[in-house]
Design a binder for this molecule. Structure first.
Ligand SMILES: *[C@@H]1O[C@H](CO)[C@@H](O)[C@H](O)[C@H]1NC(C)=O
Ligand SMILES: *[C@@H]1O[C@H](CO)[C@@H](O)[C@H](O)[C@H]1NC(C)=O
Ligand SMILES: *[C@@H]1O[C@H](CO)[C@@H](O)[C@H](O)[C@H]1NC(C)=O
Ligand SMILES: *[C@@H]1O[C@H](CO)[C@@H](O)[C@H](O)[C@H]1NC(C)=O
Length: 413
């Protein structure tokens, strides 16, 4: 039951072999990596040996694991005890070499770098070390080198979830002083298969952006353009909610995909604001024309009324309110002669004053029509200028984001 060495000052040499059978799950949100690994631990028991020739040629036996000493190896990153019971048997050969094979579902923590999600490459460490034994008692070393571990793992790999296994690097950190521990680190590197995310997330957002661009062709009059843009904006919000469930909130740096999403959202919001502004301008101009129309009408009406009481001193004629052409005609009446020229002149001056008032009004309305046309023209110009600006910004933004995604600069968050 004690460490099986004849001279207790000698360390036990423990060799370790790890194979990756499957990548079962990677939970970015909980920073959890769940591989299925197969470990083989080998060491020598100096107290056990026999001559197979004396025992019918039997050169190895298997025993229950509890009855012999075992190195207390642990995985530093493991956060949950393996629920499956460990393998109940160990094998020992006639030279005293003991071998324990174990396969387990490892629930381990792994710091994920999700800045480039979904085009990210993750590497997770599995650090093996003894719980209490120092290098004085156990010397731990890997029995396979990196290329072997990678190749064998690739051969036995069953399922990789949404990941593509790249390689497994073995690092042996020998203790420099004997009170330290030997550590063996297996670094599993894998790449995300991003196709599903492109199809399910990146493309739809891009399509919504295209819809938003296309909406510039919808007429400004009526509320359709506005409600269309709001609908597209809401669709982006829904996609953002989905994104929120995937990404961990622990990242210090805003992931590119969140930047992509919020950038497109901001662009669309800008275009929505612009639409509202243009609609405001158009409404302003149409209101102006309406008001002018009313004013001319009223002034003509009041003029007509003011002349109803005259006993026919003058005939005035409004040929058309649009052109504002007024043809007052004067015709002398017999009764007016009796009343005297003075009275007639007074009438005439009254009439002229009324006419003048109308003309000024019409002139003013012409000017107002000009200004209302002016607002319309401003709206059209703003719309055109914004569209060019918008397309440019969208192209620049997309190019920037995709270049950033492409770049293989090491992500240090
Ligand atoms: C154990 O012994 C059996 C036969 O006795 C043999 O077939 C097998 O290869 C041996 N295993 C090892 C690991 O030596
Ligand atoms: C994983 O192990 C390598 C090799 O020792 C080390 O450089 C790296 O920092 C480790 N990564 C983490 C996340 O601990
Ligand atoms: C790994 O080990 C194999 C065989 O033991 C050897 O052929 C290969 O060169 C080694 N690779 C490295 C990188 O050391
Ligand atoms: C660690 O020690 C083992 C044997 O004691 C040796 O084979 C290996 O090269 C050493 N590794 C390093 C990095 O020193």
């Amino acid at each position: 039951m004690t460490r099986p060495v004849k001279n207790y000052k000698n360390p036990t040499l423990v060799s370790l072999e790890v194979l990756l059978y499957a990548i079962l799950d990677v939970v970015e949100k909980d920073q959890k990596f769940i591989p299925y690994v197969w470990t083989v631990t080998r060491w020598n028991n100096e107290y056990i040996s026999w001559d197979p020739d004396q025992f019918c040629g039997i050169d190895n036996v298997s025993l229950r694991t509890e009855i012999l000493w075992k190195p207390d190896l642990t995985i530093v990153e493991m956060t949950e005890k393996d629920k499956a019971p460990p393998s109940p048997y160990l094998t020992i050969n006639n030279k005293g070499d003991v071998e324990v094979q174990n396969d387990q579902v490892l629930v381990s923590t792994c710091r994920m770098h999700i800045y480039k999600f979904p085009f990210d490459i993750q590497s997770c460490n599995l650090t093996f070390r003894s719980i209490i034994h120092t290098a004085r008692e156990i010397r731990l070393q890997p029995s396979d080198n990196s290329s072997e571990a990678t190749e064998w793992s690739r051969e036995v790999m069953r399922t990789q979830y949404e990941w593509l296994f790249i390689d497994m690097i073995v690092t042996a950190n020998n203790a420099t002083i004997l009170t330290d521990q030997d550590v063996v680190i297996y670094t599993i590197t894998m790449k995300r298969r991003s196709l599903l995310y492109i199809v399910n997330f990146l493309l739809p957002v891009l399509f919504f952006l295209c819809l938003d661009l296309a909406s510039f062709m919808i007429s400004d009059y009526g509320g359709e353009k506005l409600s269309f843009k709001v609908t597209v904006l809401l669709a982006i919000t829904v996609l953002q909610l989905i994104l929120n469930e995937i990404l961990p909130s622990s990242s210090d740096r805003v992931p590119l995909i969140a930047g992509y999403c919020i950038g497109i959202f901001a662009l669309m919001m800008l275009s929505l604001l612009e639409t509202i502004f243009v609609m405001y301008l158009r409404q302003k101009s149409s209101q102006d024309t309406e008001r002018d129309g009313c004013m001319i009408h009223e002034s003509i009406k009041s003029n007509k009324e003011s002349h109803d009481w005259t006993s026919g001193g003058f005939i005035y004629n409004v040929s058309s309110s649009e052109t504002g052409e007024i043809l007052p005609g004067a015709k002398e009446d017999r009764s007016s002669k009796l009343l005297g020229e003075c009275y007639t002149l007074e009438r005439l001056s009254d009439e002229l004053r009324a006419m003048e008032k109308m003309l000024t009004l019409l002139f003013k309305s012409n000017k107002d029509e000009e200004t209302s046309g002016y607002w319309n023209r401003v709206a059209t110009r703003v719309d055109k200028a914004f569209f060019v600006f918008y397309v440019l910004v969208v192209i620049l933004f997309l190019v920037f984001i995709f270049l950033e995604w492409q770049s293989d600069s090491i992500d240090t968050t």
